[in-house]
Design a protein around this ligand. Sequence first.
Ligand code: NDP
Length: 294
Amino acid sequence: MSDAKIIDGKAIAADVRAGVAKDVARLKAEHGFVPGLAVVLVGEDPASKVYVKNKAAQTVETGMLSFEHKLPAETAEADLLALVDKLNKDPAVNGILVQLPLPKHINSEKVLNAIDPDKDVDGFHPVNVGRLWIGARSLVPCTPTGSLILAKTVQENLSGLDAVVVGRSNIVGKPMASLLLAQSCTVTVCHSRTKDLPGVVRRADLVVAAVGIPEFVKGDWIKPGAIVIDVGINRVPKGDGKTKLVGDCDYESCAKVAGAITPVPGGVGPMTIACLLKNTVEAALIQKGLPALS
Ligand code: NDP
């Protein structure tokens, strides 16, 4: 039995999508346009195909336009760059997402940097990274945005909290740290060279785990009552020849100590696409010179 409040990412993601649908309807009624998201998939990676299908379906469900571009694995880098350029110039396309990983012969950084920063709904372009750090209006990576929304459902005002982010990747750890700093948390970012990681995590009122190691963060590292946001998604053997998904936190032991915790699956995972849809609306507003809606 867990003592922590379980943060229901599935339900909260549904609320975010409902909010996006409302915003889309309002933009159509008040400004006469419908935001559009283009998703580019190169190759046949099975997981990527599922993500792209889900992204397209949820885009349409919120009333937006979805443009899918499926290219063969042997597509030349120059052809992909030409497609990105075309999408950059297409006024019906407000958001562009190039599904990662790309085939090895394509330089991912070059492709991502070719996306118009105002259409960069993944928030990976260096211009958006910079805007986020200086507190300017920007498109923010989806997983950290979703993680922050989840934490704020537990405690709306995070100001002054000690927050520890475990992981310093460009797509999760670093933008997460920036978002928490903007919430006036005192932020510590940990990584593989951090000394006494359990001791550092134990000081945290809010822990975000984005490590990529199954069940890495243990319950006795958690300060009683802390908010624990588990970003990890790891597929591990279940023992019966099948597999299951687990997070980067040891859920059972952490849930006994935490005040609130996200489960895996059903925590941060569903928030990522919901925040991608939110970013598409925000991208459209930025391009039209309109203020943010929420
Ligand atoms: P990366 O592999 O890019 O980064 C992992 C980070 O963890 C690195 O900064 C690394 O440190 C740190 N780390 C590794 N080992 C240790 C250790 N022993 N002690 C402390 N820190 C350590 O992973 P991502 O950020 O891309 O992803 C993290 C997790 O989040 C994964 O489980 C991934 O599947 C999941 N994820 C989930 C998403 C979602 O939609 N919910 C989206 C994206 C990711 P160093 O820099 O020193 O190497």
